[in-house]
Structure formats: structure tokens, C-alpha cells
Ligand binder design. Structure first.
Ligand code: 5GP
Ligand code: MG
Length: 202
């Protein structure tokens, strides 16, 4: 049985912000090489757990793009990939009402399902998604998140595979957005306060 090293707890450190992003990014929380190292560990464990199973990866749009691409290419077993769109329409950094914007295309009945999301915050999204998917009769249903903010949880929910535990901060980059921006940053970071006070257009 392969053991996944526990998710390390990230604290804000004094890492240099790459010059192209220094105007808007206050701090780098997780640099690119640390993301890759941990994703490699997750992929080894998931490969060990799922090899030989009829597996469907269900990725949630759009924040998982980078994590999914880096994780998937390291999964060394046959699998299927599908996407679900789920957005919480709140204002700014606060989450609100959950809306499904894309439904599954594949059948998951009798298959082993691994849901991949970018970040586990209050738990509302993954509680809703797993409840919905479990009604479709999967053989098993587990969740994998790159980031976890355990202090923000509003109800019971734990992910099965966790990349990093982070403090209660709004983070962007490596797929995660603020008002649909900053998804392209190669690291996970925190924005400068002035970014939130400026009017934005999506
Ligand atoms: P939950 O439903 O667990 O409260 O939140 C999950 C969703 O909220 C994530 O999939 C993500 O879209 C969004 N979210 C939560 N925390 C953050 C954050 O720190 N940064 C960004 N960019 N999105 C977040
Ligand atoms: Mg999301």
C-alpha cells in the first residue's frame, strides 16, 4: 500500500514575486517547482490506487485547468476525462448561489470516479457535486483538490487527496482567478489590496 506524504501546511513566506507580476501580486504562496513536486506525489498515489479500475476523472471548470493538465500527464493508467461546470455566483471573493453551467457527458454508472477541483473552501461546491454524482451510481467516488482551506469549512467535508493546506487567504494563479483574471500565473499567490478596490470588467 503506497502512502501519500501528508499535505504540507503553507504559510506566507518572503518569496520573490517575478517582475512581470510584481505590480499586482503581493506574495508568492506556492512557487511553480513546489507545485510540480507535490503533483508528482499525488499522481503516484492516484496511479497506485486506480490502476486496473474503470476510471472517470471529473474535473470542475475552470479553475482546474493547470492542475488537471499537470496531474493527468502523470497518471499512468487508462482513464476517461469529463468536465462539469459549476460556479458560485457571489460578488468579488465571496461565494454565493451554486449554478451548474455544464453537465457530464459520460456515464459514470459502475465506474470509479475521481472529482478534481482547484480549491476546497467552505465545502459547498464539493458537497453538492458529490451528492449529485453519487445518485448516478458510480462504483466509487473520491475527491482530489490542489488546495485546502480547512478553517473556512461551513459543514463536514474532507477531500481524499489534498495537495497543500493553505491559510484563510484568497489566492489566485495556477488556474485560480479573481474576476476571471490571473489564471495564467505559473504560481499560487496573493494579490495586492489595491486590485480589489479597482473597478474590473470581465
Ligand atoms: P467552496 O464551495 O468550497 O466554498 O469553494 C470552492 C470554489 O470557490 C472553488 O472551486 C473556487 O472556484 C472558489 N474559491 C474558493 N476559495 C478561493 C480562493 O482562495 N481563490 C479563488 N480564486 N477561488 C476560490
Ligand atoms: Mg471552482
Amino acid at each position: 500500500m503506497m502512502i501519500l506524504p501528508p499535505a504540507s501546511r503553507i504559510e506566507v513566506a518572503d518569496l520573490p514575486v517575478p517582475p512581470p507580476h510584481a505590480g499586482e501580486v503581493d506574495a508568492v504562496l506556492i512557487p511553480a517547482d513546489q507545485l510540480q513536486e507535490r503533483i508528482h506525489e499525488l499522481a503516484r498515489k492516484i496511479t497506485a490506487d486506480y490502476a486496473g479500475r474503470d476510471t472517470v476523472i471529473v474535473a470542475l471548470l475552470s479553475g482546474t485547468v493547470m492542475f488537471l493538465a499537470d496531474l493527468m500527464r502523470r497518471l499512468e493508467f487508462p482513464l476517461r476525462l469529463d468536465f462539469m461546470g459549476v460556479s458560485s455566483y457571489g460578488s468579488g471573493t465571496e461565494s454565493g448561489q451554486l449554478v451548474y453551467t455544464k453537465e457530464l457527458k459520460l456515464s459514470i454508472r459502475g465506474r470509479h470516479v475521481l472529482v478534481v477541483d482547484d480549491i476546497l473552501d467552505t465545502g459547498k461546491t464539493l458537497r453538492s457535486v458529490t451528492a449529485k454524482l453519487s445518485e448516478l451510481g458510480p462504483a466509487s467516488l473520491k475527491t482530489c483538490v490542489l488546495l485546502d482551506k480547512p478553517e473556512r469549512r461551513t459543514g463536514q467535508f474532507e477531500a481524499d487527496y489534498i495537495g497543500f493546506e493553505i491559510p484563510n487567504l484568497f489566492v489566485v494563479g495556477y488556474g485560480l482567478d479573481y474576476d476571471e483574471r490571473y489564471r495564467n500565473l505559473p504560481f499560487v499567490g496573493v494579490l495586492k489590496p489595491h486590485v480589489y478596490s479597482e473597478p474590473t470588467c470581465v
